[in-house]
Write a protein that binds this ligand. Structure first.
Ligand code: BES
Ligand code: ZN
Ligand code: ZN
Length: 488
């Protein structure tokens, strides 16, 4: 969606106004009283995300006015504004309007975070994955929104809107990758997309290295190769690198890129497989970050490492009981081929360790247990540095993405001891602390520096439309990662 900025309301397009519950009033709006009276007549009370559509008589700022309720004034946060932006888009879309105006409500102390949230709400809720539909049901597409802000905020609002647009469009780019059918979004196709992202960033100090099967074998990545054995599609490791002049520090982003997780020979039940095209959401979010990097130019060096393969049960598939050797020399007894994310990350983390980054962040749809623990709106975070967690959490607060820390209890490592190899890929203590066990396994492959593991199994995907999230891939945690890179 195109987002314009103005300090004037035009009569030509519908106008969206936000109103609080209880003290329903529209300051500085000509005919505001009359508009509200009519809305009340329709039963509108300003309840959170309720709407009223009015066609006021002349004198009003626009001939079509949409009111969106924000609920009780004292509970309004930037998330309320982001969600209200989504409500506005959906209402205007249902009215088949090509463009509309929206008045920034000026309710939060920080006007710029309000404008930021509103813009994100508009862009993120405009997203739809219609590529494979013969009929979208939309006759007229809502293409353009004009944000009305007071003249004194106009200059700073320009920058804010620009940032919000880049970040949310990058999240939508990631949604597209996650939503593609798995037989199309293969490891090879993700590599082609990584190349496209690199081409866009080439002139902004972004480089790329692509490792194919033979090079992976040469580097000793037996763990990633083991997972790949049951698949007809070749594996890849992609290394994107952004190095701005005078970089303050370096961050390695390491992503799980399982383009389809059948579970392998430890086959998933049919229903659990239905969403497993999303098992590359971690890797996809890193491509989203690199899509935005040339536009926002963070002052830190960034490595993006994507471990790409399918997890399939073909005739050559790795088997429970097999022992794989990772790049750092550690041997892994595989007892469940469905715990494959940690196996591909073992090699990708060992590779990242060689780059000696100050900070390593791995991003993975790693465990179903994390969805049980934290639900579909919160990612689990585990690592060796509380400050890094706080930085991530704070970056998440800027864009409405939530993280919660789980403890890496060393005693739980006991369960990962193998009688025949250095470590097992699942714990002998089943059904307990599944996400933490995943984190403890990964820790064995991190080679120094600050590290955090983000288990995004829940928030990377939404089963249903939810405010500014559409059904399917969510783009999580692309926006958080970008805020984090801008904050350090
Ligand atoms: N990709 C799954 C985790 C997952 C489940 C992500 C549901 C999103 C939604 C992962 O590879 C997996 O299968 N993990 C196993 C680990 C177990 C075998 C220790 C799980 O969670 O059951
Ligand atoms: Zn799995
Ligand atoms: Zn998986």
């Amino acid at each position: 969606m195109k987002i314009n900025l103005s300090s004037f309301v035009s009569k030509k397009t519908p106008l969206v106004l936000f109103v609080c519950e209880k003290d329903l009033f529209l300051p500085n709006i000509p005919e505001g009283k009359k508009i509200l009276e009519d809305a009340k007549g329709q039963g509108f009370t300003g309840k959170e995300f309720s709407t009223a559509t009015l066609q006021p008589a002349s004198g009003s700022p626009s001939s079509l006015v949409v009111l969106v309720g924000l609920g009780d004034k004292k509970n309004i946060s930037s998330e309320t504004i982001r969600r209200a932006g989504a409500t506005a888009v959906k209402r205007v879309r249902s009215l088949a309007q090509k463009s509309f105006q929206v008045l920034n409500p000026n309710l939060l102390k920080n006007v710029s975070s309000e404008i930021y949230a509103l813009t994100e709400g508009l862009v993120l809720s405009d997203y739809a994955f219609h590529k494979y539909k013969s009929n979208t049901g939309e006759k007229i597409r809502t293409e353009e929104a004009t944000l009305i802000v007071s003249e004194k905020y106009l200059d700073s609002a320009k920058e804010t809107v620009h940032l919000a647009k880049i970040l949310s469009e990058s999240a939508c780019f990631v949604r597209n990758l996650v939503n593609e059918p798995p037989s199309h979004m293969t490891p090879g196709n993700l590599v082609s997309l990584a190349k496209e992202v690199w081409k866009e960033g080439k002139s902004s100090s972004v480089s790329i290295k692509i490792y194919e099967k033979e090079s992976l074998a040469k580097m000793g990545m037996g763990s990633l190769l083991g997972v790949n054995r049951g698949s007809a599609e070749p594996p890849f490791l992609v290394h994107l690198h952004y190095k701005p002049q005078g970089a303050r520090q370096s961050v390695a982003l390491v992503g799980k890129g399982i383009t389809f997780d059948s579970g392998g020979l430890s086959l998933k039940p049919a229903e659990a497989m239905e969403t497993m095209k999303m098992d590359m959401a971690g890797a996809a979010s890193i491509l989203g970050v690199f899509r935005a990097i040339p536009q926002i130019k963070p002052k830190v060096e960034v490595h993006g490492i994507l471990a790409l393969t399918e997890n399939m049960p073909g005739g050559k598939a790795y088997k429970p009981g097999d022992i794989l050797k990772a790049m750092n020399g550690k041997t892994i007894e595989v007892l469940n081929t469905d715990a494959e994310g940690r196996l591909v990350l073992a090699d990708a983390l060992a590779y990242a360790g060689k780059l000696k980054p100050d900070v390593t962040i791995d991003i993975a749809t790693l465990t179903g247990a994390c969805i049980i623990a934290l639900g579909s709106l919160v990612a689990g975070a585990m690592g060796n540095d509380d400050t890094l967690f706080q930085q991530i959490q704070k970056a998440g607060e800027k864009c409405g993405e939530k993280f919660w820390q789980l403890p890496l209890i060393p005693d739980y490592k006991e369960g990962l001891k193998s009688p025949v190899a250095d470590i097992k890929n699942i714990s002998s203590v089943r059904k307990e602390a599944g996400s933490i066990i995943g984190g403890l396994f990964l820790q064995e492959f991190v080679n120094g520096g600050h590290w955090i593991h983000l288990d995004i199994a829940g928030p990377a995907w939404s089963d249903k439309e939810f405010h500014y999230l559409s059904q399917g891939g969510t783009g999580f945690p692309t926006r958080t990662l970008l805020h984090y890179l801008l904050s350090i």
